[in-house]
Design a protein around this ligand. Structure first.
Ligand SMILES: [Mg+2]
Length: 298
């Protein structure tokens, strides 16, 4: 009996969830979507926020670096960006036609008898469009996206009755912003000893550790038993800090924080054959384990 227990323990699959980033993870950088996205973000800042074109490159770089996404940074420094308008402007004109159905990846994913969840900073319209273009509908249990992490226009809700969602910063009730209130982040970094503090953002997104922990909680994911697939090194490193096992996508060179590094998501079976080995074990020992319901927003 004792032997049997030990045997079962030894056979327990190491992972019970696979968490996937979307952009540049489930399809390659060469599709041009990331480049299109960067261009559209710049255009949005010039056209909609009347930011000087010459400042766009520096500003985008600083916002992305310090806040995770440009939009999170724009909100932090004082622009009252409408999330839906921003997302439709930035994603609306992307070359989605460059994304082709990927039956090989579909087959790989459907053959994995483990929970599969998407975790992206992008909005749900974009996520759905990408998955549909790639022919990956039905491959994932759910999608954790911008709307999941930042529930409906939280910035316009004055009464803070939802205790589950805590935001950093206290400017959420402010819906009006004028240019006088914009924090000069370029100036801030050009005078490193000025003593001024960077404003905080109300947007919850990767690579913030808090955002990752929140996503794990929403989808009832145990990081110790989860593999996280990501193309972003800083997201990988944050993921590692919260206890996830990590797979860096897009390069075979492992960096600090990455347990594995693979050039393409297509190499998953060569790099992690044990995921398929779990199939046999789970068929025998864990029938019905995959029908877990979560509150993930799909
Ligand atoms: Mg990515």
């Amino acid at each position: 009996m004792e032997f049997e227990d030990r045997y079962r323990q030894a056979q327990k699959p190491k992972y019970d969830c696979l968490l996937f980033d979307l952009d540049d993870t489930l399809y390659p950088l060469s599709t041009g979507l990331a480049a299109g996205c960067r261009k559209n973000i710049g255009d949005y800042m010039v056209e909609k926020l009347a930011i000087d074109e010459n400042k766009i490159a520096d500003l985008c770089n600083l916002l992305y670096k310090n806040y995770g996404t440009t939009m999170a940074g724009l909100r932090a420094i004082g622009y009252d960006v409408d999330h839906d308008e921003y997302h439709s402007f930035v994603h609306g004109r992307l070359p989605y036609e460059n994304l082709k159905p990927d039956p090989v990846l579909r087959h790989l994913l459907l053959g994995l008898p483990i929970r599969k969840v998407i975790f992206t900073n992008a909005d749900k319209v974009h996520a759905a469009k990408v998955l549909s273009r790639l022919g990956l509908e039905g491959c994932f249990e759910g999608i954790i996206c911008f709307e999941t992490m930042n529930p409906i226009h939280k910035s316009t809700i004055s009464d803070d009755e939802d205790d589950d969602i805590e935001f950093v910063g206290s400017s959420l009730s402010s819906t009006t912003t004028n240019s006088n209130e914009i924090f000069d982040i370029i100036g801030h970094f050009s005078q490193p000893n000025s003593g001024s503090k960077l404003p905080e953002t109300p947007i919850v997104c990767k690579p913030s550790q808090d955002a990752i922990e929140r996503a794990l909680k929403i989808a009832s994911i145990n990081p110790q038993r989860t593999l996280f697939f990501e193309d972003s090194v800083r997201n990988i490193q944050s993921g590692k800090r919260v206890g996830l096992h990590t797979v860096l996508i897009g390069t075979s060179h492992r960096v600090k924080g990455a347990d594995y590094a693979i050039e393409s998501i297509h190499n998953i079976k060569e790099a992690l054959p044990e995921l398929w080995e779990a199939e046999k074990i789970s068929e025998v020992s864990y029938p019905g384990k995959l029908t877990v319901e979560t509150s993930v927003t799909a």
